[in-house]
Design a protein around this ligand. Structure first.
Ligand code: FNR
Length: 354
């Protein structure tokens, strides 16, 4: 990573009269003592190099620099900062530093550095030129911050994401294979209608997981993503089903039961309910609810309107609802349906364990 910008001004940062040799390095300038005192107090490692000398040696560093690198002041002063580099230091980043120094611009790079004891740390290095009052280059200023923790966290997250992608890929495969088996078996046994129905359910289950797997490593999944994915085929134009819910997240094990229940409600609506007519609409909303004992549930409401007159529950005892019921009650949840005059209302309830 690098960020090169020209310094805002070439104005001198220190005026150059009267700075005696500092305690911690051999550099000159009148506000040097103030600078040294300030630098002694910061936990950020800081150094100054002198580009007028051969190989741009370090002429000042603070205690934090010694602490970070494990070298003593005597071992640091007079050396070029590259002594912190080693075999695994990214040469692209070193190249960026070279360019920035040549162009006298500010650079921010992250590179692997080595301590005296050979251990490594990720160094977020910021460097830039410092000019005297005549505008001529006096020093380069460098600040070093150990960002190894950030790197470790990023690496862990990357790994988790890769795993999630792999699992997602495999699961999609598994659903595709199951679909194939069901189809072939149904055809061979002259039970195509049954196999189609089974397959619809299997694929609905697959869809409900599909968008959530990439972030399953977070431990929770976004309800809205799963709900939309399951219902996508029932509203290809996207104008029949309204989704109302914010970014409510829930535990991944809620998804199978909820996915299947929504699939059955949508199939039912396409056969008998609101989705049979152009004017029919469905509203799906979701939220978390807590009872007075603090126990939480995910509640999904299904509300049909504008469909044909509701005469009763023709699909009420369908196999699909039995499966959804069974799955939900296994988790102490439930699916409650009511046939209101203007359309079916359903409430899917799934208790949360966390
Ligand atoms: C550096 N350099 C540097 N390099 C590094 O690996 N860790 C560091 O903390 C620093 N800090 C630092 C501070 C300041 C003020 C300057 C000017 C430079 C970079 C290093 O000294 C050298 O410039 C680069 O390695 C590129 O030059 P070479 O090695 O290709 O000659």
């Amino acid at each position: 990573m690098s960020d090169n910008t020209q310094p805002a001004s070439r104005q001198a940062h220190y005026n150059s009269q009267g700075l005696g040799p500092g305690e911690r390095g051999n550099f000159a300038g009148s506000s040097g003592l103030l600078f040294e005192q300030a630098m002694a107090q910061t936990r950020m490692a800081v150094c100054l190099t002198d580009p007028s000398q051969k190989d741009d040696p370090i002429v000042f560093c603070n205690e934090a620099f010694e602490k970070l690198t494990g070298y003593t002041l005597g071992e640091i002063i007079g050396r070029n900062c590259r002594f912190l580099q080693g075999p695994l230091t990214n040469q692209d980043e070193v190249g960026r530093i070279r360019t920035a120094l040549r162009e006298e611009s500010v650079a921010v790079v992250e590179l692997l550095n080595y301590r005296k004891d050979g251990s490594t740390f990720w160094n977020a290095l910021h460097l830039g030129p410092i000019y005297d009052e005549d505008g001529s280059l006096k020093y380069f200023f460098g600040s070093q911050w150990d960002v190894s923790d950030v790197y470790a966290a990023r690496a862990e997250e990357r790994h988790a994401k890769e795993m999630a992608r792999e699992v997602s890929h495999r699961l999609k495969n598994v659903f595709a294979v199951i679909g194939g088996i069901v189809n072939i078996t149904g055809r061979a046994m002259n039970a195509r209608e049954v196999s189609n129905r089974i397959n619809d359910r299997v694929q609905a289950l697959g869809r409900s997981y599909e968008p959530t797997l990439d972030e399953a490593f977070l431990g929770t999944i976004e309800v809205g993503q799963a709900v939309r994915a399951v219902l996508r085929p029932y509203d290809p134009e996207g104008d029949r089903i309204a989704f109302i819910g914010n970014g409510v997240r829930t535990e991944p094990n809620a998804i199978s039961a909820i996915g299947l229940a929504l699939h059955e409600l949508a199939t039912n609506a396409s056969k008998y309910g609101a989705l049979t007519s152009d004017a029919g609409r469905v509203e799906v909303s979701w939220r978390h609810e807590h009872d007075r004992h603090g126990r939480g549930s995910l509640v999904i409401l299904w509300k049909e309107s504008g469909g044909p007159p509701v005469a009763g529950p023709p699909g009420a005892g369908g196999t699909g609802f039995k499966i959804a019921d069974a799955l939900l009650s296994h988790s102490h949840g439930g699916l409650d349906r009511q046939w209101e005059p203007d359309g079916l209302r359903a409430e899917i309830r799934f208790p949360l364990t966390h």
